[in-house]
Design a protein around this ligand. Structure first.
Ligand code: PHE
Length: 359
């Protein structure tokens, strides 16, 4: 057995490395025993310490510790390499992509809650025989306002609410981002003859400040029915059916709890309908007693509606003496919030997986 010198320790290390280099998988255990076994090289080195002076004991003791750790880690590294499938003949890096290791979980995507609600709304009206029409989000001011009987000086046209596009006026006037889906009513009535029975879903834009119930960009589903003898009671019947279809379970639960009204029609004003109504649902947070979400009214506005204004019919060349119609505009986000009892609209847009996963 050679002397305990630095040179000899180094030599031992070099021998180990060269033996490790050409080693086969089945030889690794033998090598391990030869160095780390009870009668192994490392143990022998430690045994030599006993005959040394205290000072040297310390010095060589540390060196042997270090050497032992080094050799061990080299050996482990080799074992890891061997643990990968040799048959594939991949490089070590490639083998880090080991296919038999448990993989990262990927969540299967699903339909966004807003789209789910939109699909549901569309299917309810399709069952009633409404067709789906689409209109552009970049719209003529004329269709967004003028033809809808919203006069030049109406506050809804104010720059605070409407996003005007910074582009030269066309021969048909100014261009806006539509503030509601109602201009698609105009397009539909200009391109079709009654009876017209259509819903028009889409994205709308307003210059609103963001908060729990306002977005500058949200979704509506417009509805329009124009024919002879259309009456306000038809409108109410259709919308009551809609609310029952969408909120059936929620309403049932609420009315069992409180035995009270869960939806209501309220008089309102829109320039393009006469008479105009709004439909509200009982606030899902406070159950009607008043809270921040419903601004202490106990109800949350769901949609605007009414009978198509005679002026609007005239604007699309329909005779108000012959035809009548009803129209409504449903806020998709509002429906989703009420249906799933979500108190902050922003949750739909932040795309937090923890939120989205629940639908
Ligand atoms: N366009 C109206 C809005 O955005 C809603 C509405 C649609 C009202 C159709 C009456 C009829 O608020």
């Amino acid at each position: 057995m050679p002397e305990l010198t630095e040179k000899n320790l180094l030599k031992l290390k070099e021998t180990f490395i060269s033996q490790l280099k050409g080693i086969k998988k089945e030889e690794i255990e033998t090598l391990e025993t030869r160095y780390f076994g009870r009668k192994g090289e490392i143990r022998k080195l430690y045994q030599k310490l006993s005959s040394l002076s205290l000072e040297k004991k310390k010095k060589y003791g540390e060196m042997i510790n270090l050497l032992s750790k080094e050799l061990e880690s080299l050996l482990n590294q080799k074992k890891i390499e061997f643990s990968y499938d040799q048959a594939t003949k991949q490089t070590y890096d490639e083998q880090l992509l080991e296919s038999s290791l448990p993989g990262t979980n990927f969540f299967l995507g699903h339909i966004h809650p807003l789209q789910q609600v939109l699909d549901e709304i569309i299917s309810v009206f399709r069952n009633l025989g409404f067709k789906v029409e689409l209109g552009p989000e970049i719209e003529l001011e004329d269709y967004n306002f003028t033809k809808l009987n919203i006069p030049e000086n109406h506050p809804a046209r104010d720059m605070q609410d409407t996003l005007y596009l910074d582009m030269p006026d066309t021969d048909k006037g100014k261009i806006v981002l539509r503030t509601h889906t109602s201009p698609t009513q105009i397009r539909t009535m200009l391109s079709q003859k009654p009876p017209i029975k259509a819903i028009m879903p889409g994205r709308v834009y307003r210059r609103d400040n963001l908060d729990a119930s306002h977005q500058f960009n949200f979704h509506q589903v417009e509805g329009l029915l124009v024919d002879k003898n259309v009456r306000l009671s038809d409108l109410k019947g259709v919308l009551n059916y809609f609310v029952k279809s969408i909120f059936g379970d929620v309403i049932l639960k609420d009315s069992q709890e409180s035995n009270e009204t869960v939806s209501r029609f309220r008089q309102s004003y829109f320039p393009f309908t006469e008479p105009s109504l709004e439909m509200d649902m009982k606030c899902f947070i406070c159950k009607g007693t008043g809270c921040g979400v419903c601004k202490n009214t106990g109800f949350i506005e769901l949609l605007g509606c009414g009978m198509v204004h005679p002026e609007v019919l005239k604007n699309v060349n329909l005779a108000p003496e012959v035809y009548t119609g009803f129209a409504f505009g449903i806020g998709v986000e509002r429906v989703a919030m009420l249906k799933y009892r979500i108190d902050d609209m922003r949750l739909f847009y932040t795309n937090d997986i923890r939120f989205l996963k629940q639908f």
